[in-house]
Design a protein around this ligand. Structure first.
Ligand code: MD3
Ligand code: FE
Length: 200
Protein backbone atom coordinates (compact mmCIF):
# COMPACT_ATOMS: atom_id res chain seq x y z
CA UNK A 1 0.00 0.00 0.00
CA UNK A 2 1.23 3.47 -0.83
CA UNK A 3 -0.29 6.38 1.11
CA UNK A 4 0.56 9.74 -0.44
CA UNK A 5 -0.53 12.38 2.05
CA UNK A 6 -1.46 15.79 0.67
CA UNK A 7 -0.74 14.67 -2.89
CA UNK A 8 -3.30 17.12 -4.35
CA UNK A 9 -3.28 20.88 -3.74
CA UNK A 10 -6.49 22.66 -2.68
CA UNK A 11 -6.88 23.93 -6.28
CA UNK A 12 -6.58 20.37 -7.60
CA UNK A 13 -9.07 19.14 -4.97
CA UNK A 14 -11.55 21.79 -6.14
CA UNK A 15 -11.02 20.67 -9.73
CA UNK A 16 -11.58 17.02 -8.77
CA UNK A 17 -14.76 17.99 -6.92
CA UNK A 18 -15.99 19.83 -10.03
CA UNK A 19 -15.29 16.75 -12.20
CA UNK A 20 -17.14 14.51 -9.73
CA UNK A 21 -20.15 16.87 -9.65
CA UNK A 22 -20.25 16.88 -13.43
CA UNK A 23 -20.19 13.08 -13.58
CA UNK A 24 -23.02 12.84 -11.03
CA UNK A 25 -25.05 15.40 -13.03
CA UNK A 26 -24.56 13.49 -16.32
CA UNK A 27 -25.60 10.27 -14.56
CA UNK A 28 -28.73 11.89 -13.14
CA UNK A 29 -27.47 12.03 -9.56
CA UNK A 30 -25.95 9.70 -7.00
CA UNK A 31 -27.76 6.68 -5.62
CA UNK A 32 -27.79 4.80 -2.32
CA UNK A 33 -27.45 1.18 -3.46
CA UNK A 34 -29.03 -1.86 -1.89
CA UNK A 35 -26.83 -4.75 -0.75
CA UNK A 36 -27.65 -8.33 -1.73
CA UNK A 37 -29.11 -8.80 1.80
CA UNK A 38 -31.53 -5.91 1.21
CA UNK A 39 -29.83 -3.38 3.50
CA UNK A 40 -29.02 0.07 2.17
CA UNK A 41 -25.53 1.49 1.96
CA UNK A 42 -24.58 4.27 4.35
CA UNK A 43 -23.09 6.29 1.51
CA UNK A 44 -24.20 7.26 -2.00
CA UNK A 45 -22.45 6.33 -5.22
CA UNK A 46 -22.08 6.81 -8.92
CA UNK A 47 -19.46 5.80 -11.51
CA UNK A 48 -17.82 6.98 -14.68
CA UNK A 49 -16.01 5.03 -17.38
CA UNK A 50 -16.83 2.15 -19.71
CA UNK A 51 -18.48 0.28 -16.83
CA UNK A 52 -19.74 1.20 -13.37
CA UNK A 53 -19.82 -0.74 -10.12
CA UNK A 54 -23.33 -1.59 -8.99
CA UNK A 55 -24.96 -3.40 -6.10
CA UNK A 56 -28.52 -4.63 -5.71
CA UNK A 57 -30.48 -7.67 -4.51
CA UNK A 58 -28.82 -9.74 -7.25
CA UNK A 59 -25.28 -9.01 -6.06
CA UNK A 60 -22.22 -6.88 -6.76
CA UNK A 61 -20.96 -6.44 -10.32
CA UNK A 62 -19.74 -4.12 -13.03
CA UNK A 63 -22.32 -2.99 -15.56
CA UNK A 64 -22.14 -1.06 -18.85
CA UNK A 65 -25.49 0.53 -18.03
CA UNK A 66 -26.42 2.68 -15.08
CA UNK A 67 -29.50 0.95 -13.60
CA UNK A 68 -30.87 4.37 -12.56
CA UNK A 69 -31.13 5.61 -16.14
CA UNK A 70 -30.60 2.50 -18.30
CA UNK A 71 -27.94 4.56 -20.07
CA UNK A 72 -24.16 4.20 -20.11
CA UNK A 73 -22.27 5.88 -17.28
CA UNK A 74 -20.58 9.25 -17.94
CA UNK A 75 -17.28 8.84 -19.78
CA UNK A 76 -14.06 9.02 -17.76
CA UNK A 77 -12.75 12.60 -18.10
CA UNK A 78 -9.24 12.68 -19.64
CA UNK A 79 -7.95 14.53 -16.55
CA UNK A 80 -8.97 11.59 -14.33
CA UNK A 81 -7.42 8.99 -16.65
CA UNK A 82 -4.17 10.94 -16.59
CA UNK A 83 -4.11 11.28 -12.79
CA UNK A 84 -4.71 7.54 -12.33
CA UNK A 85 -2.08 6.51 -14.86
CA UNK A 86 0.49 8.82 -13.30
CA UNK A 87 -0.19 7.34 -9.85
CA UNK A 88 -0.03 3.75 -11.16
CA UNK A 89 3.48 4.41 -12.52
CA UNK A 90 4.58 4.99 -8.92
CA UNK A 91 3.81 1.34 -8.15
CA UNK A 92 5.39 0.04 -11.37
CA UNK A 93 2.18 -0.36 -13.34
CA UNK A 94 2.90 1.65 -16.52
CA UNK A 95 0.22 -0.27 -18.48
CA UNK A 96 -2.57 0.52 -16.00
CA UNK A 97 -5.96 1.10 -17.68
CA UNK A 98 -8.30 3.02 -15.34
CA UNK A 99 -11.54 1.67 -16.82
CA UNK A 100 -13.87 2.93 -14.14
CA UNK A 101 -13.97 5.38 -11.27
CA UNK A 102 -16.43 4.82 -8.43
CA UNK A 103 -17.46 7.98 -6.62
CA UNK A 104 -18.59 7.48 -3.03
CA UNK A 105 -20.14 10.30 -1.01
CA UNK A 106 -20.33 10.07 2.78
CA UNK A 107 -22.59 12.72 4.34
CA UNK A 108 -21.26 14.47 7.47
CA UNK A 109 -23.05 12.06 9.79
CA UNK A 110 -22.08 9.48 12.37
CA UNK A 111 -24.07 6.97 10.30
CA UNK A 112 -21.86 7.27 7.21
CA UNK A 113 -19.56 4.29 6.89
CA UNK A 114 -18.58 1.32 4.74
CA UNK A 115 -18.34 -2.08 6.41
CA UNK A 116 -15.34 -4.41 6.25
CA UNK A 117 -15.03 -5.90 2.76
CA UNK A 118 -12.65 -7.03 0.05
CA UNK A 119 -12.70 -5.56 -3.48
CA UNK A 120 -12.99 -8.73 -5.54
CA UNK A 121 -15.66 -7.96 -8.13
CA UNK A 122 -13.02 -7.05 -10.74
CA UNK A 123 -12.37 -9.66 -13.44
CA UNK A 124 -8.64 -9.00 -13.11
CA UNK A 125 -7.52 -8.80 -9.48
CA UNK A 126 -3.89 -7.90 -10.26
CA UNK A 127 -3.96 -4.21 -11.26
CA UNK A 128 -3.83 -1.74 -8.39
CA UNK A 129 -6.77 0.23 -7.00
CA UNK A 130 -6.27 3.96 -6.60
CA UNK A 131 -8.26 6.00 -4.10
CA UNK A 132 -8.45 9.80 -3.81
CA UNK A 133 -9.95 11.42 -0.71
CA UNK A 134 -11.75 14.78 -0.78
CA UNK A 135 -13.60 16.69 1.93
CA UNK A 136 -13.81 15.52 5.53
CA UNK A 137 -11.26 13.18 7.09
CA UNK A 138 -12.24 9.59 7.76
CA UNK A 139 -10.99 6.79 9.95
CA UNK A 140 -10.03 4.03 7.59
CA UNK A 141 -9.26 0.50 8.68
CA UNK A 142 -7.18 -2.04 6.74
CA UNK A 143 -6.40 -5.65 7.57
CA UNK A 144 -5.10 -8.71 5.76
CA UNK A 145 -6.47 -11.09 3.13
CA UNK A 146 -8.74 -12.82 5.66
CA UNK A 147 -11.68 -11.14 7.35
CA UNK A 148 -10.38 -12.12 10.79
CA UNK A 149 -6.86 -10.73 10.33
CA UNK A 150 -5.96 -7.86 12.65
CA UNK A 151 -6.61 -4.38 11.28
CA UNK A 152 -4.77 -1.09 11.58
CA UNK A 153 -6.40 2.31 11.42
CA UNK A 154 -5.29 5.35 9.53
CA UNK A 155 -6.80 8.72 8.77
CA UNK A 156 -7.51 9.54 5.15
CA UNK A 157 -7.53 13.29 4.60
CA UNK A 158 -8.54 15.59 1.78
CA UNK A 159 -5.92 15.49 -0.94
CA UNK A 160 -4.56 12.07 -0.01
CA UNK A 161 -4.02 9.36 -2.60
CA UNK A 162 -3.90 5.72 -1.55
CA UNK A 163 -2.68 2.98 -3.88
CA UNK A 164 -3.55 -0.61 -3.08
CA UNK A 165 -1.15 -2.79 -5.03
CA UNK A 166 0.56 -6.12 -4.69
CA UNK A 167 -0.27 -7.85 -1.41
CA UNK A 168 -2.59 -5.07 -0.20
CA UNK A 169 -4.80 -5.36 -3.31
CA UNK A 170 -7.05 -7.98 -1.67
CA UNK A 171 -6.83 -6.65 1.87
CA UNK A 172 -10.07 -6.32 3.85
CA UNK A 173 -10.84 -2.66 4.54
CA UNK A 174 -13.53 -0.37 5.94
CA UNK A 175 -14.46 3.28 6.34
CA UNK A 176 -15.19 3.31 10.08
CA UNK A 177 -16.27 6.90 10.49
CA UNK A 178 -16.32 10.33 8.97
CA UNK A 179 -14.99 13.20 11.06
CA UNK A 180 -17.62 15.85 10.18
CA UNK A 181 -16.43 19.38 9.60
CA UNK A 182 -12.70 18.60 9.28
CA UNK A 183 -12.68 20.08 5.76
CA UNK A 184 -14.47 23.00 4.15
CA UNK A 185 -14.21 21.74 0.58
CA UNK A 186 -17.92 20.88 0.57
CA UNK A 187 -20.40 23.46 1.82
CA UNK A 188 -22.28 20.96 3.97
CA UNK A 189 -19.13 19.00 4.77
CA UNK A 190 -18.97 15.26 4.18
CA UNK A 191 -16.43 13.11 2.38
CA UNK A 192 -16.05 12.24 -1.27
CA UNK A 193 -13.87 9.35 -2.41
CA UNK A 194 -12.84 8.54 -5.98
CA UNK A 195 -11.71 4.94 -6.56
CA UNK A 196 -10.12 3.94 -9.86
CA UNK A 197 -10.13 0.37 -11.03
CA UNK A 198 -8.91 -1.62 -13.98
CA UNK A 199 -11.66 -4.24 -14.22
CA UNK A 200 -10.50 -6.44 -17.11
C1 MD3 B 1 -7.84 -1.41 0.44
N1 MD3 B 1 -14.12 2.70 -0.71
O1 MD3 B 1 -15.51 1.65 -2.77
S1 MD3 B 1 -11.14 3.78 -0.68
C2 MD3 B 1 -14.83 0.86 -2.08
O2 MD3 B 1 -13.22 5.55 1.05
C3 MD3 B 1 -14.10 1.39 -0.91
O3 MD3 B 1 -14.90 5.12 -0.19
C4 MD3 B 1 -13.55 3.32 0.44
O4 MD3 B 1 -13.55 0.64 -0.18
C5 MD3 B 1 -13.90 4.77 0.43
O5 MD3 B 1 -14.72 -0.33 -2.33
C6 MD3 B 1 -12.12 3.09 0.58
C7 MD3 B 1 -9.63 3.02 -0.30
C8 MD3 B 1 -9.52 1.60 -0.74
C9 MD3 B 1 -10.02 1.16 -1.94
C10 MD3 B 1 -9.80 -0.13 -2.36
C11 MD3 B 1 -9.06 -1.01 -1.56
C12 MD3 B 1 -8.83 0.75 0.05
C13 MD3 B 1 -8.58 -0.56 -0.34
C14 MD3 B 1 -8.76 -2.32 -1.99
C15 MD3 B 1 -7.98 -3.11 -1.20
C16 MD3 B 1 -7.54 -2.68 0.03
FE1 FE C 1 -13.38 -1.27 -1.07
Amino acid sequence: MLHLQNYFTIAQQEELLELARNIAAINGGMTTPTMPNGARYNCSQTSCGQVGWISDRKGYRYSKLNPESNKPFAAMPAELTEIARKLAILVDEPDYQPETCLINFYAASTKSRLGLHQDNTEHNLKPCIISISLGDDCIFSIGGNNRKDPTTELILRAGDALILHGKSRLAFHAVKKILPGTSNLLKNHGRLNLTFRQVY
